[in-house]
Design a protein around this ligand. Sequence first.
Ligand code: GDD
Length: 414
Amino acid sequence: MHPKAIILVGGPSRGTRFRPLSLNVPKPLFPVAGKPIISHHIAALSKVEDLKEILLIGFFEDSVFASFLQDAAREYPNLHIRYLREYQSLGTAGGLYHFRDEILRGNPEQVFVLHADVACNFPLIAMKKAHEGHRGLCTILGTKVPREAANNFGCLVAKPDTNEVLHYVEKPESFVSNLISCGVYLFDCAIFDEIRKSLENKKGNVETDIYGKEVFQDGNKLRLEQDLLRPLAQSRKLFVYETKDFWRQIKTAGSAVPVNGLYLEQLLQTNPEKLAHSSPNGPEIVGAVYIHPTAQIDPKAKLGPNVSIGPNVVVGKGVRIRDSIILDNVDIKQNACILHAIIGWDSKIGCWSRVEGTSPSAHNVNAVTKNGLKIQSITILGKEVTIKDETNIRNCIVLPHKELKNSCENEIVM
Ligand SMILES: Nc1nc2c(ncn2[C@@H]2O[C@H](COP(=O)(O)OP(=O)(O)O[C@H]3O[C@H](CO)[C@@H](O)[C@H](O)[C@@H]3O)[C@@H](O)[C@H]2O)c(=O)[nH]1
């Protein structure tokens, strides 16, 4: 079977919860464990036999992915990776249908569809094997989440013996099931007939906008979940493949920190040589830590676990960093301490300063509550933020280009 793959990358308006980091980089290209979020998807797809083409579909400007695509072409010479731009947000299935001729060119039999904003070990080969063992049109990757988190996702009720999905309910108001959709699918190409049927049904719902143009009632969008998966479950053509391995959404900027940790842990198991290790003349490394080869780390610094250090970062003597992502060109002076934080590009952290957040809980990755109010658990500094010497920044979001001389806590610094 010869498959193709699609990564749904969304567009700029969708990155709002990822601010302030999405002000400088589109979310799909934000680095976790040393490489852009969607590079992890591509690495997994590159291992699928006979998969030669990956299409990124979204509504960002074309230029956004240009240099990423050049780098990816160098890294994966056998893969053809392109970006297809929707003229506006067409919904999670709208782009698939709009670009169906491109997708079906070369007669693939199957299409993987991956959301860009999820992190997992993408068990695509196992999904494909499971898919070929049943008569469904789609196999969806599922995982179990805590009961109280389930209604934030697409919920699946499946027959335990056959994995046939009996009900699919998108973000239900009351509890349906704690088996949820991970946003990773494998479709037979016959799915395009189902999308057409779904479109025809929706055409019954057309209305006229203020310009007299016909639009669907929900703004011309075709939703993979409600318009396709739900009817597929009703007609018993949807199956689930459950992963017991890690899975996480990347919605808020703060969620990049636990995701970084999960991918670093995975690297520690599969490719430990890509990670940093303690050495007699180097810094002390605890657990999984990634350091870009151009970064300069003082031998008296201590890093880890769950730390990624970007290109050209300078880390001074006595610095302590854990559970943090340090982006390109950051300068951290001696004895500063960085915990549960993301430090934006070109920022400067003065000596004896502390930039810290709080350890987030499993499925509520970005917020902790204090006196009933949500506060930031991961501290995030935007691009080019300067923290003066001996200043403490706790549970804050700091917008780009700020200079902080005084300590602050539980604030959004604008
Ligand atoms: N190309 C394109 N991509 C889109 C569009 N709308 C969303 N996306 C992309 O599609 C993915 C899903 O985004 P959302 O629409 O924000 O859905 P969600 O709240 O994340 O929920 C979905 O994913 C969950 C798993 O993470 C599922 O559990 C849930 O059922 C649903 O499919 C993201 O990668 C997003 O960038 C669109 O109009 N066009």
